[in-house]
Design a protein around this ligand. Structure first.
Ligand code: AHM
Ligand code: MG
Length: 337
């Protein structure tokens, strides 16, 4: 036949991360690779549960309220437990921060390692029942030298993260990762149970044609945001207006922004004084990936990765995406205070 023979040299996520490690030589201990293996396992496990959810009655409320006062879905609880158990058992973590847990977990000495993982186990959970894409977001810090692992190891600017990523649970599971050397995307091959490199070296197009905001909040938006949105909806000099795309699931909206370009925004406004998205485990990892992919992530007035967190669940204003689009937005903040 004229069919291509299957490739016998596939690049799995683990192989790819190991290759990075070989490049670093003696400095690398393999601990990060092992930690990332644990994260891959949790992503596969959560992906399986998301798929099965409709069949085994995991959809719906778990009957508890989380730190932010929202009702928890059964899948959120399950995903959180999966991650905490796996990360602790990896022996590579010292501090865990989850959107679902009010307090940080300090890992007991027996299992203690040198990494801290901040994560949202299942973001976009309001979309679960509709079968829309949802995802896990994570960021990784290394504990400070001499530290045994305390909250101060995670109350640090996002620029100090050593890795960040997300897994999107959609028609397939996609893991997008940066260890500070560009961004790569991997797709779960369900038969192999491996994440295969499918999107090497993701670069956000320098300009896009899509804006992604919850415009239902327009009456609360501050003037620079209103003016910016007007500028792309009612362009002068014969340009075409931008297209609107908003899923309401950060991982899905950001994933599309990385691949197609454009701007994603969840600003602070007159009602949500600090915005909605969480700094540590939503804004920082996505900002880290954005910059690694050649884009910009800002609060409107400040680089997100420069923010020094004061508490683990704090929120911040977020705009990220194509360099030129985010710079346009930032100009409106400079002119209207
Ligand atoms: P969650 O952590 O409670 O799921 O909320 C975060 C989600 C993001 O995925 C998404 O960007 C945003 O909330 C959407 O908010 P809204 O429904 O207000 O547009
Ligand atoms: Mg969330």
């Amino acid at each position: 036949s004229n069919e291509e023979p299957p490739s016998t040299d596939i690049i799995t996520l683990t192989r790819h991360v190991l290759a990075d490690q070989f490049r670093m030589g003696a400095a690398a201990t393999g601990d990060l690779t092992l930690l990332l293996t644990a994260i891959q396992t949790t992503s596969k496990f959560i992906a399986t549960n998301v798929r099965k959810a409709r069949l085994i009655n995991l959809v719906g409320l778990a009957g508890e309220t989380n730190v932010q006062g929202e009702e928890q879905k059964k899948l959120d609880v399950l995903s959180n437990d999966i991650m905490v158990n796996s990360l602790r058992a990896s022996g590579k973590t010292a501090v865990l921060v989850s959107e679902e847990l009010e307090e940080a977990i300090i890992i007991e000495d027996r299992y203690k390692g040198k990494y801290c993982v901040v994560f949202d186990p299942l973001d976009g959970s309001s979309n679960i029942d509709a079968g829309v894409n949802i995802g896990t977001i994570f960021g990784i810090y290394q504990i400070k030298p001499e530290s045994k692992g305390t909250i101060s190891d995670v109350l640090r600017p996002g620029s100090e993260m050593v890795a960040a990523g997300y897994t999107m649970y959609g028609s397939s599971a996609n893991l997008v990762l940066s260890t500070g050397n560009g961004v790569n995307g991997y797709t779960l091959d369900a038969a192999l149970g491996e994440f295969i490199l499918t999107h090497p070296d993701i670069k956000i197009p320098p300009r896009g044609k899509i804006y992604s905001f919850n415009e239902g909040n327009s009456m609360y938006f501050h003037q620079p945001v209103v003016n910016y949105l007007n500028s792309i909806k009612y362009p002068t000099n014969g340009k075409s207006p931008y297209s609107a795309r908003y899923i309401g699931s950060m991982v899905a909206d950001v994933h599309r922004t990385f691949l197609y370009g454009g701007i994603f925004g969840y600003p602070d406004d007159k009602k949500s004084k600090s915005g909605k998205l969480r700094l540590l485990y939503e804004a920082f990892p996505m900002a880290f990936l954005t910059e690694q992919a050649g884009g910009i992530a800002t609060t409107g007035t400040k680089r997100i990765l420069d923010i020094v967190p004061t508490s683990i669940h704090e929120r911040c204003s977020v705009f990220l995406g194509s360099k030129d689009d985010v710079l346009d937005l930032a100009k409106f903040y400079e002119t209207v205070k």
